[in-house]
Design a protein around this ligand. Structure first.
Ligand code: TRP
Length: 347
């Protein structure tokens, strides 16, 4: 069994274990506020978070604003994206009393953990991280010190609240591994403070964007949760398809058609093949119409709730204020333990 299979196997066990003993787990999840949340986030991570919440697990959710500048110059519209993400979480059913939603930059004690943690890893280990390498390549820029070290920062995100169950996609597995190494080395050198967290691989399939590539705001192929029904129709209309009348599910040679089928499938619960069959020879116009109706039908309730919530930005501000307060309390407590363990408390 290779290490990915092992993580996958363990994730299945963890998914069971957490239902049986939710009190044994603290979940930490994170998101970079680089754009509006889209259907990919909904099926990829939001659904999983709500599922864990329903199981009764105590959770933290970091809007990782400092990670935004790991591979870009500045954070345009970051405040808008943070507010919009909170609106989407609440509209999807997240309970801010059970899930502490907070922003990186508002929790100084979390960020201070980065300093001792950096001493626990070598430059060679940082350079070996495959995800950092691919993000560097995708950014087309010089490697910033923050990009090189952000997996260590991510370890601080996780360990400040002693998170032990981390729902992630497979691209984030190297960061969880680095977090485990950091926790282990810290505990060996200074005495046990941290758990060694485990990854919970998110079970939903990667959601294809409308051109068949991964759904991503940077590819412009995403359906944002907050789009209007008309905007949704427009994006779907722009999806490149082909002129073959007979609709079939074939992601390799018909990426656009297949992405539309996958999207309708996620929103209706039918298989892509069943949907293709139901359209038959009616062509991609009919497929686009069906997909638009499926997405708009699926998101109607969510959009109504989010419009309602968006009317009251002061409420969203309160949710963040309370989340940041709680995160600060927990971070200060952990930093105290770290300083005690390291012998750097002088007062
Ligand atoms: N790196 C994660 C991503 O790219 C976001 C993130 C930041 C995160 N901090 C985290 C994920 C802590 C899990 C745990 O999506």
């Amino acid at each position: 069994m290779n290490s990915f299979d092992a993580v996958e196997q363990r994730s299945l066990e963890l998914a069971q274990a957490v239902l049986q003993a939710p009190g044994d787990y603290r979940v930490l999840t994170g998101e970079r506020p680089t754009g509006l949340l889209h259907l990919g986030h909904f099926f990829g991570s939001i659904v999983e978070r709500i599922r864990l919440q329903r199981a009764g697990v105590d959770a933290f959710l970091v809007l990782a604003d400092y990670q935004v500048i790991a591979d870009r110059d500045s954070m345009p519209r970051v405040r808008e994206y943070v507010y919009s993400a909170v609106v989407d979480y609440l509209a999807a059913g997240m309970d801010p009393d059970q899930t502490t939603i907070f922003t990186h930059s508002s929790v100084p004690a979390l960020n201070q953990l980065l300093l001792p943690f950096l001493s626990l890893v070598t430059e060679a280990e940082l350079h070996r991280n495959p995800t950092v390498k691919s993000e560097l390549a995708a950014s087309g820029r010089a490697l910033s010190g923050l990009l090189l070290t952000y997996p260590v920062h991510q370890a601080a995100d996780i360990l400040f609240c002693k998170g032990n169950l981390i729902p992630v996609g497979k691209d984030n597995l190297p960061h969880i591994e680095m977090t485990r190494v950091i926790a282990r080395r810290f505990n060996e050198r200074y005495g046990r403070v941290f758990p060694e967290p485990e990854a919970l691989l998110t079970s939903t399939p990667e959601v294809p964007g409308l051109d068949g590539r991964k759904m991503s705001k940077s590819y412009g192929n995403a359906i944002a949760l907050g789009m209007s029904a008309d905007e949704t129709a427009q994006v779907i209309r722009r999806t490149p398809t082909d002129s073959e009348r007979r609709i079939s599910f074939d992601p390799e040679s018909r990426p656009g058609v297949s992405a539309l089928l996958s999207t309708s499938s996620l929103c209706t619960g039918k298989t892509p093949e069943e949907i293709a069959e139901s359209i038959g020879d009616a062509g991609s116009g009919a497929l686009k119409k069906l997909t638009t109706d499926a997405v708009n039908g699926f998101l109607a309730g969510h959009r109504e709730r989010r419009a309602e919530l968006a009317k009251d930005p002061s409420f969203i501000g309160d949710v963040l204020r309370r989340g940041n307060e709680r995160a600060n309390q927990v971070a200060v407590q952990t930093l105290d333990e770290v300083r005690t363990a390291m012998g750097t408390r002088y007062e």
